[in-house]
Design a protein around this ligand. Structure first.
Ligand SMILES: Nc1ncnc2c1ncn2[C@@H]1O[C@H](COP(=O)(O)OP(=O)(O)OP(=O)(O)O)[C@@H](O)[C@H]1O
Ligand SMILES: [Mg+2]
Length: 511
């Protein structure tokens, strides 16, 4: 209201400011049981980066989906160059020059990288046929501009998750858009790719594109954003120039309280060796991996995209086969040929890719959580199930899961909350060893502290934890030891005496 009056009184000021290319006015979006957005207004200005921040479930991705024609607002309007517009289908948004890198991008495994990038807008030759040569060349150029070393003719299914994410970024850049929306673009990337993405954002800015940037990482928000907008429970809590606020201000607006950004201190009392891996090798993914893990220890794995960390973890969990080498658990040699073997031996794996490997999106939260424990239920199964259920509830509370109810389908949860379900589900099996692949990917700053505290507490109780993480502060803050991998091999092992950010980066990049 206040805003509208001010506009009426000061029209000149409005005109002198660079006009918004894309704008939301009082947009509301309701899902069954949740008001995802409540009268949200937002302006995107050419040549400026606006950071959108807020807790998991605050409504950020819902805004992205409205701006790209995936959802329709229940109320309020969208303006393009000041003109009220509707985007009944995604193509309409795309034709208005809006492109997005979504939090979960849908790509096609059976198509090539270039086909994925140009699906729906491929360059065509004289007879209307797709010009493969030009398409591959253009793909190559775009991939190159974001520092991705990917062959455009390769099938998508042969790429790891981080490289798939780079393809999704390339796809968004392949249309000549005026507005580029990025929903947690750096969540799957490591140090080097992130730097390249920042350069890309700078270059898009200088080309006069308007950018909406969603992130849970405060260092990057302060590095690249000009403006900020904070959401809480679907409402705008504050907005303005980034230079007028500190990270503590933003956190307080987001969470409504101060959050300690200090990692939990814990008494590390290492127990007996629980896992011994010796000369573990896969014909193409990794080679000669050897280490030991003790009860109560948190062992970090750091590396760049494609270093083979996730592939190795998937082998430990019996997803990737054709491996050789030995694994001993509590001094007993074991064979892990399937995830069932791994679970049987007390090893569980929380994957980075929650959509494909982590959760069953069209089942309710509680069924997802009790699923891996079901096999253990027999005889007095009902009681056991009730116990598992209680455990699941305790765990989800500790991880600050936000959902309308335990019956909500996981697919309807926000990205960060899906992640919490996957972690809770595997912790509820009470394993001896847990492998966490990017445990706080997409998790908001308040819940992140909760996840870290919980990890520290479980380690104190004797759980052995392997943590794959690309976030340097997390690696440094949580690990007792860190193994750095590069191109499928272990390059070094660092402990508290030589664990520094520069050392990590140097070893990972092979400098
Ligand atoms: N298709 C849907 N059906 C039902 N509820 C939905 C749907 N999509 C989103 N929601 C709900 O809307 C709210 C906002 O979700 P949204 O995905 O926008 O959050 P977010 O801010 O992107 O969170 P995150 O940081 O975890 O990605 C959440 O409560 C979510 O569960
Ligand atoms: Mg989201």
């Amino acid at each position: 209201m206040m805003q509208k009056q001010a506009d009426a009184i000061l029209p000149l000021k409005e005109i002198s400011k660079s006009p918004a290319v894309l704008e939301l006015k009082a947009v509301t979006k309701v899902f069954p049981g949740v008001k995802a957005l409540s009268e949200v207004s937002l302006k995107l200005i050419p040549g400026e980066v606006t950071a959108l921040v807020g807790e998991n479930g605050a409504g950020k991705s819902t805004v992205v989906k409205i701006l790209t024609g995936i959802y329709q607002p229940d109320d309020g309007i969208i303006l393009v160059d000041g003109q009220p517009t509707i985007f009944p289908v995604p193509q309409a948004a795309s034709q208005s020059g809006v492109t997005a890198i979504h939090q979960e991008t849908v790509l096609f495994d059976e198509l090539s990288v270039a086909e994925n990038i140009f699906l729906g807008h491929a360059p065509r030759g004289r007879f209307g046929l797709i010009d493969l040569k030009i398409m591959n060349k253009k793909s190559c150029d775009i991939l190159h501009s974001i520092g991705a070393r990917i062959d455009p003719e390769q099938k998508l299914k042969d790429l790891g998750i981080a490289n798939k994410h780079l393809v999704a970024i390339a796809r968004a850049l392949s249309t000549d858009a005026r507005v580029v929306i990025m929903d947690e673009p750096t969540a799957s990337l490591s140090h080097k790719e992130i730097e390249e993405l920042y350069e890309l954002v700078e270059s898009l800015k200088s080309q006069g594109k308007a950018i909406l940037f969603i992130s849970h990482k405060f260092d990057e928000i302060f590095r690249i954003a000009d403006n900020y907008t904070v959401f809480r429970d679907g409402q705008i809590i504050g907005d303005g120039a980034i230079s007028d606020v500190t990270d503590a201000d933003l956190v307080k607006m987001m969470v409504g309280r101060d959050v300690s950004q200090i990692f939990p201190k814990r008494k590390t009392s290492l127990g007996k060796v629980i896992l011994q891996v010796k000369s573990y090798t896969h014909p193409t993914e990794f080679e000669d991996i050897s280490f030991t893990l003790r009860k109560g220890e948190i062992l970090g794995f750091y590396g760049l995209v494609g270093a083979g960390r996730s592939e190795f973890m998937q082998a430990l969990f019996g997803i990737t086969l054709n491996t050789f080498g030995t694994i001993k658990i509590e001094d007993k040699p074991v064979q892990i040929k399937s995830p069932a073997d791994a679970v049987e031996n007390g090893i569980v794996y929380v994957p980075e890719d929650r959509g494909r490997q982590g959760a069953i999106l069209d089942l309710p939260i509680f069924q997802n959580i009790t699923l891996p424990s079901l096999g253990k239920i027999s005889g007095n199964g009902f009681l056991k199930l009730a116990k598992e259920f209680k455990l699941a509830r305790d765990y989800t509370e500790r991880l600050e899961l936000r959902a309308a109810s335990f019956d909500t389908h996981v697919g309807n949860l926000s990205g960060g909350n899906q992640q919490k379900v996957v972690i809770a589900k595997w912790l509820a099996t009470q394993p001896k060893i847990i492998i966490l692949d990017e445990p706080t990917k997409g998790v908001d700053i308040g819940s992140k502290a909760a996840v870290h505290e919980f990890m520290a507490e479980l380690a104190e109780q004797g759980l052995a934890i392997i943590m794959v993480s690309s976030e340097i502060p997390e690696v440094l803050g949580m690990s007792d030891r860190v193994i750095v991998m590069r191109e499928g091999r272990m390059v070094t092992e660092l402990n508290e005496n030589n664990l520094q950010p520069e050392t990590l980066v140097r070893h990972a990049a092979g400098i």
